[in-house]
Design a protein around this ligand. Structure first.
Ligand SMILES: [Zn+2]
Length: 336
């Protein structure tokens, strides 16, 4: 419970869950709370500020493992926001911030401290911040390792519950300590195969970096459905964006979506100019049309120094032009 709402009768699966909720409540509200009683049947929580009436009492439910709030006084009185909160421990902070830290692997301790101060309203010492980040990263690495270990079970489970789904795992040809290693994984769900039949003749493909310690890249292909909404088709985890990995991806995609030569002729792919994508495309889907994403193209133009709204507008006008004349006009404007 990241933002617990306490009330009398609220039940927790364990004492630990209740205690975690109390910590989250304290952090969310900038309060310093203390456990004045903490035994196998009762936990009493008070505010550290003397005279403040805030109170939570939780009891263990008879003949059960669960815990229940027996009395609760919600309001605090005479205690302000506590910035240097003694309840803040690096392990707690790591748990609360693990997702964010996973998304911002380049954060420095100072940046993290600042973020915590702004978002949570409490001060971490450099040491606490350093420890919290280290613990969060250990949690993330452990989760990633644990997930990789479950890949085979996951595939078997998909096979059992979604028999027409394609789920391929490719191992390395090289052996490490006598064993192959994980190289790639590909998915096309049955629902995607069925849904694709009703999509527009347009497929978008893109790739992005994965942020766990194992690295790799995520490749994805999406369609556009009858409501002009994005419709997920296939996705894969690969070692990197190369001609080989994109070819592998397209070969499986072509089979799963039943893209015949005739179907290719009516189909347009849209993408960025990713490394390896264009030659792979030529090899596997030579009869389909291929267009570049204008948003990505504009991103590349900005990187090359062509900034400003006028340039952006002219580019989009050219991209959206439906007659030769309006296209030529927009191109002239870009050149000017
Ligand atoms: Zn209080």
């Amino acid at each position: 419970m990241q933002s617990p709402k306490f009330y009398v009768g609220l039940t927790f699966v364990s004492k630990q869950e209740f205690r975690d909720a109390v910590y989250n409540h304290a952090f969310n509200n900038g309060k310093e709370l203390k456990f004045i009683r903490n035994d196998k049947n009762r936990v009493y929580v008070r505010c550290r500020q003397t005279g403040c009436p805030f109170r939570i009492n939780a009891w263990k439910v008879k003949n059960a493992m669960t815990w229940r709030i027996a009395s609760y006084h919600e309001e605090h009185e005479g205690c302000g926001w506590v910035y240097e909160n003694s309840m803040v421990k690096s392990t707690r902070v790591a748990k609360r911030w693990v997702k964010e830290i996973g998304h911002h692997v380049t954060w420095t301790t100072a940046e993290f401290r600042k973020k915590v101060k702004v978002d949570e309203g409490f001060e971490l010492s450099s040491k606490q911040a350093y420890r919290a980040m280290k613990k969060a990263k250990a949690i993330l690495d452990g989760e990633a390792e644990e997930s990789f270990r479950k890949i085979w079970d996951y595939c078997l489970e998909i096979d059992k519950t979604n028999p027409n789904t394609s789920c391929h795992v490719k191992k390395t040809e090289l052996l490490y300590d006598g064993k192959p290693r994980f190289l790639r994984m590909y998915f096309c769900w049955e629902a995607s195969k069925e849904g694709y039949k009703f999509c527009r003749k347009l497929i978008g493909v893109d790739g992005c970096h994965l942020k766990t310690k194992f690295g790799g890249q995520l490749l994805i292909a999406v369609g556009i459905d009858g409501n002009d909404s994005i419709f997920p088709l296939v996705y894969a985890i690969v070692e990197g964006e190369t001609k080989d990995s994109w070819s592998w991806f397209f070969t499986l995609l072509k089979k799963d979506l039943q893209i015949t030569v005739e179907a290719q002729q009516q189909l347009t792919f849209i993408s960025d100019k990713q490394k390896g994508l264009l030659p792979a495309f030529q090899e596997v889907l030579p009869n389909a049309s291929h267009r570049f994403c204008v948003r990505h193209l504009h991103g590349n133009m900005k990187l090359a120094g062509f900034l400003g709204k006028a340039m952006k507008d002219a580019l989009w006008a050219a991209a959206k032009a439906t007659t030769v004349n309006s296209f030529s006009d927009a191109m002239t404007e870009i050149k000017d």
